[in-house]
Design a protein around this ligand. Structure first.
Ligand SMILES: C[S@@+](CC[C@H](N)C(=O)[O-])C[C@H]1O[C@@H](n2cnc3c(N)ncnc32)[C@H](O)[C@@H]1O
Length: 189
């Protein structure tokens, strides 16, 4: 399959699909943190390039409900962020997963199809993550572990804090590639 991983600098989901034999590429305004196929630029430029599947991680800065106390005066930025998500969701691709935390996407576009946690995929941590799916089944937990730490809340401030908070958990990246590799997407639409 030709797989586009939109808004990914870590390369984690991209490399999980490549490891399963797919022709996968990541795309981000930033360079990729690790070597591999990567388009550094605006993902809107390549949405129409004939992908079979897209996993997208759009920025949540103006959308995450955890930041609602700072929403006032941000209406224009929120509207722009929501339009970006709409562009991703409406891309001409059979199988699409959009990932975000608990977010305005649910109230302003449509409710999420699924909420997952890292502890369902081998990481003993809490981070509610929503998935909006088209042509793809819900992810099944792969390895439920006991820890429920909020590690990301307690990271010390620093320039790269947002990166540490936003990298996809490896266990979730592996589950996406494992469970979405052979989906007959058109049947789910
Ligand atoms: C929340 S982070 C997602 C990180 C991802 N989970 C990972 O593991 O790399 C959102 C990313 O979207 C990127 N981004 C924002 N607007 C974009 C655009 N128009 N095209 C491509 N990437 C974009 C940002 O640079 C940022 O790295």
């Amino acid at each position: 399959m030709r797989v586009l991983v939109a808004c990914e600098f870590s390369g984690r989901v991209r490399d999980a699909f490549i490891a399963r034999g797919h022709d996968a590429i990541s795309c981000d305004l930033l360079p990729s943190e690790r070597p591999g196929p990567h388009y550094q630029g605006n993902v809107r430029d390549i949405l129409n390039d004939g992908w079979d599947l897209m996993v997208a991680h759009p920025p949540c800065t103006h959308l995450a409900v955890s930041g609602r106390r700072w929403f006032k005066g941000k209406e224009a930025l929120q509207s722009e962020a929501l339009n970006f998500v709409r562009a991703l969701m409406n891309a001409p691709i059979f199988r699409i997963a959009v990932e975000n935390p608990l977010s305005l996407i649910s109230s302003q576009i449509r409710p999420a199809d699924q909420l997952i946690q890292p502890w369902q995929f081998g990481h003993g941590e809490l981070k509610a993550t929503c998935l909006w799916l088209r042509g793809l089944p819900k992810l099944k937990p792969t390895c439920i572990v006991p820890g429920r730490e909020s590690r990301l809340h307690h990271l010390s401030p620093g320039v790269d804090r947002w990166k540490e908070r936003s990298r996809t958990y490896p266990g979730i990246a592996e589950a996406m590639a494992d469970q979405w590799s052979d989906c007959p997407g058109a049947l789910f639409i």
